[in-house]
Design a protein around this ligand. Sequence first.
Ligand code: KG4
Ligand code: ZN
Length: 338
Amino acid sequence: MQKPCYILGIESSCDDTAAAILENDTVLSNIVAKQEIHTEYGGVVPELASRAHQINIIPVVEMALKKAGIEKKELNAIAYTRGPGLLGSLLVGSSFAKSLSMGLKIPLIEVNHMHGHILCHFIDESQNKPEFPFLGITVSGGHTQIVMVEDYFTMHEIGRTLDDAIGEAFDKCGKAMGFNYPAGPIIDKYSKNGNPKKFKFPIPKVKGLDFSFSGFKTAVLNFINKNINLDENFIKNNVEDLCASIQFTLIEILMQKINLAVRKTGITQIAVGGGVAANSELRKRIIDEGRRDDWKTYIPKINYTTDNAAMIAIVGYLKYKNSHLGNLRQKALSNYKI
Ligand code: KG4
Ligand code: ZN
């Protein structure tokens, strides 16, 4: 029997400090420390994020090892997020990963965070995994991307946002309604009892497979401000319909582009990922439209949608198997193309 391979994954690109242990492609532990400190600011404050990572990183890694029931010396390699993300945050995770790999004398593997969101589908929990080529749709607080995935390590971005990310649009519209950060899950919850057709917001006209959400966001903010001037209880009295209408429009924008990407590429394997892939309405729409149009759709478990280290560790495992090892000289990159 083949000896098991243990990979420690470390993720610290934004406001979650995360560590995971994989035995081959199976998750033994997946620990995420969320940073509550940003909630009241309506978004992530970079300096506060790096400080919180420094406090959290050691306990999070220790907890991941403990939960997995393995010791540091059993690890075969360490995979960490090199970028893209907030530089200060990335530096905490990458410096820690480098020091530990030096101390343990084991390989270090650098991982592009966006590869993590796309390749999380290869964690050995879903029975069916995407077949190459597939379309990787990453929808998060920092990114909105359509990627043609030819194999584990060959990917081409074919569409992206020209301004805000879709998760940012959820968060900023939520902030205008008085919600804490991140507002996406709160909008998702209120939408369940709302009428998605009550308020009509514009669908931006952007050429090809690119996206734009900033005009939409401004339209929502202006609409809310105008109505608050007329009725100070406007949000309170309409919160469910407002949320449902905002959510409906954001998902409509995304689905129109996914449909166009399928028509343009002829690829009908669709794998979504990123924090917004936790949205219940998006999950439903992808499945429904997939059934209607004969796509094969792949939606990760909720734990692997928002930022996590299991997705970094699975890329680490795939790279380790293919001898794509990194080195100590590789610097953290706030911009890191896919
Ligand atoms: O992937 P992620 O954890 O971090 C980034 O790399 O950005 O994504 C976070 C984003 C936030 O904008 C958050 O509001 C959004 O994902 N999000 C959701 C839901 N859960 C998280 N948006 C809509 N509905 C949800 N259920
Ligand atoms: Zn992410």
